[in-house]
Write a protein that binds this ligand. Structure first.
Ligand SMILES: C[S@@+](CC[C@H](N)C(=O)[O-])C[C@H]1O[C@@H](n2cnc3c(N)ncnc32)[C@H](O)[C@@H]1O
Length: 212
């Protein structure tokens, strides 16, 4: 594609296609997950974690579609855990195929929004879905096989703390990490993870597992 056409498509995608897809998802399921909240407006208690956070933006629908096409069917047996779930968009997408879905976030108001969404959600919930107020740097993953989903929630500092704290979990359960916008790819490799799959979207979408 010519560079000018590519740029034009990016603009159309960002300002028209994506917002429409987000609006349609929210409207279809009677929830509200759109919008952005800058980091300085996130109401997390832990200032150190806040310093290393990105901002709130729900994952674009096209990335969710790509990721879920990439994931083999047998992954649906795993418990889906969105670390940095915000208002819960990825969880509401996942709960239609995954038996167990958990979203955690360090922002009380975002967790309240996710719980409100859960009350109005009109889609099918295959099993159970819940949201918890938790800080990833202090979070012990549930003791069972998981698909840990990340949409670029924080920088390497918090990701390192999260991985080190849960390393035993990853070697015990062979849980996988589904990472959308995989900016900390190098850290995962340094910590002993292997990239099993990758889709080259504008932002990388990758699945990792620990070498064993
Ligand atoms: C880019 S948004 C992703 C939202 C959601 N996962 C999705 O796919 O739509 C990043 C989220 O990570 C959360 N976050 C950032 N640092 C965190 C931390 N240390 N612990 C828990 N949540 C965190 C933010 O509050 C924000 O909601």
């Amino acid at each position: 594609m010519l560079p000018q056409i590519k740029r034009l498509w990016t603009i159309i995608n960002d300002f028209i296609v994506r917002p429409i897809a987000s609006y349609k998802f929210d409207k279809t399921y009677n929830i509200s997950t759109s919008g952005e909240i800058e980091r300085e407006f996130l109401d997390a208690q832990n200032k150190n974690s806040l310093h290393h956070a990105t901002y709130y933006q729900a994952v674009p629908m096209e990335y969710l579609n790509i990721l879920f096409d990439l994931l083999p069917d047998d992954f649906t047996q795993a418990h889906f855990v969105d670390v940095g779930c915000g208002k819960g968009r990825a969880c509401f997408y996942a709960c239609q195929t995954y038996q167990r879905v958990t979203g955690i976030d360090f922002s009380p108001s975002l967790i309240t929004d996710a719980q409100k969404n859960l009350q109005t959600f009109s889609g099918a919930v295959k099993g159970e879905i819940k949201f918890e107020l938790r800080d990833a740097s202090l979070y012990d993953l549930p003791d069972e096989p998981l698909l840990v989903y990340l949409y670029n929630p924080f920088d390497e500092y918090i990701l390192r703390k999260f991985l080190i704290r849960n390393m035993e979990h990853f070697s015990k359960h062979k849980s996988r990490i589904a990472y959308v916008n995989d900016v900390c790819h190098d850290l995962l490799i340094t910590c002993g993870f292997t990239r099993e799959m990758k889709y080259n979207a504008r932002r990388g979408i990758s699945i990792y597992s620990l070498n064993w």
